[in-house]
Design a protein around this ligand. Structure first.
Ligand SMILES: [Fe+2]
Ligand SMILES: [Fe+2]
Length: 406
């Protein structure tokens, strides 16, 4: 499905219809067609006529015509501003995302071949990530939820780079510190390039010997970047400590509690989240909900609670890009999350109550149903794996301004 063929529908009350909006077919209660979907509303009379025929609400196609006034829709100026910044940033974030993939790939492939690579170029990418996240964190983070466009190790490195940067920013890191942590995220698994490929890509369980080989990758990573000058301590903490665990059960050093640097914990949480939500040779991707719940269970055992709590709050329970099922049975993709209301995001409905795929996706703001009789039907019941329903999430993370596709 392409953006051009995708309708984005919004249900609104008749009183909010204005000239320039494209309405879907409108019928009266007897099923008589009052207005067909082919033209925009051109006069107030058309609206009055619909109202007179007992029409209370209609669907508008906001991809084709005018939308409702969002300022009026969401009186909270912070969320309006954030939504605007998100759509503005999405186009730029896409470029940053592409550049990051190229530079991470370059670094990792060079390390695999034992060739030198330009760490300055990788650092430049980390700077671009920081800049994008400072303009608006949601754009790049939502792109990091789209998986499977390249070999796992490359996309995983990019996603961890993005997630550590946005989480660190949420935790109050600034400027150079953010760049250093982000660089650590991008290069956290570079040491895996020294692990033999038959071990690295082994589909089954590791033998003890293989696991011992694998566990050396943080130290290999430190050795690779340690050969360079000017690598910040925070970068090294992410690379060297992202497999350490709060109770000392991690590797390579088995550090306990506060002996693990906060940057190491940030790296660990981002690493595990991205690994669990990606398809692997030995299992398919977990839903964000399941991954977050699992990480949460590891509070005070695997990771410090503070970092986990901030991460969950940061991503939302149902992050952008989650595929969810509502209590009503309808299913769709989370396309926007409101910070103040993590349980009621905006969902693009793709399947109707009977589980049938619908041809015209319908945008539904679950928050609008709160306090109404339909509230319980429009609550999220669970998140599901989109692949099982042949849904490609990338088709739905869209740039409102241009109608492009991520
Ligand atoms: Fe790792
Ligand atoms: Fe990793």
């Amino acid at each position: 499905m392409t953006a051009d063929r995708t309708k984005i529908l919004r249900r609104i009350e008749i009183d909010r219809v204005s000239i320039g909006m494209y309405l879907e077919d409108v019928f009266d209660k007897d099923g008589v067609l009052l207005l067909s979907a082919n033209a925009a509303i051109q006069s107030e009379e058309q609206i009055t006529r619909l109202r007179a025929r007992g029409v209370y609400s209609v669907y508008i196609n906001i991809r084709k015509g005018k939308d409702i006034d969002l300022e009026e829709e969401a009186p909270d100026p912070v969320s309006v501003e954030r939504e605007r910044a998100y759509y503005e940033e999405l186009a730029r974030a896409r470029v940053v995302h592409q550049n990051t993939i190229i530079s991470a790939k370059e670094a990792l492939q060079a390390a695999r071949a034992g060739r030198p690579f330009s760490i300055n170029r990788t650092r430049k990418t980390a700077e671009e990530i920081v800049e994008s996240i400072l303009r608006n964190p949601d754009a790049l983070v939502s792109l990091s939820q789209i998986k499977g466009y390249d070999e796992y190790t490359f996309t995983h490195s990019v996603n961890v780079g993005i997630l550590v940067t946005s989480l660190a920013r949420e935790m109050g890191y600034e400027g150079e510190q953010l760049v250093s942590i982000g660089l650590g995220g991008l290069l956290h698994d570079i040491g895996k390039m020294r692990v033999p490929e038959n071990v690295l890509n082994k589909p089954g369980r590791y033998t003890d010997v293989e696991f011992r080989v694998m566990k050396r990758h943080p130290d290999h990573g430190l050795a690779i970047v340690g050969e360079r000058s000017g690598i910040a301590p925070l970068t090294k903490k992410v690379i060297g400590q992202h497999h350490e665990r709060y109770d000392g059960s991690g590797y390579p050093k088995g550090l306990i509690g506060d002996r693990i640097d906060e940057a190491g914990v940030i790296g660990a949480v981002a690493d595990v989240y991205d690994a669990l939500t990606s398809d692997r040779v030995y299992r398919s991707a977990w839903t964000p909900q399941k991954a977050l719940a699992t990480i949460f269970q590891g509070c005070d055992r695997d990771y410090s609670r503070r970092v986990v709590e901030l991460f969950t709050r940061h991503l939302g329970i149902y992050p952008v890009g989650s595929f969810v099922k509502l209590q009503s049975g309808e299913m769709g993709v989370v396309i926007r999350v409101s910070r103040g209301n993590l349980l009621a995001p905006i969902v693009l409905i793709l399947f109707d109550k009977t589980g049938k795929r619908i041809t015209e996706p319908l945008e539904m703001n679950l928050a609008e149903y709160e306090g109404t009789p339909s509230e319980s039907a429009y609550r999220i019941e669970m998140s599901l794996n989109p692949k099982a329903f042949r849904v490609n999430i990338a088709d739905y993370i869209q740039d409102k301004a241009t109608g492009g596709i991520a």
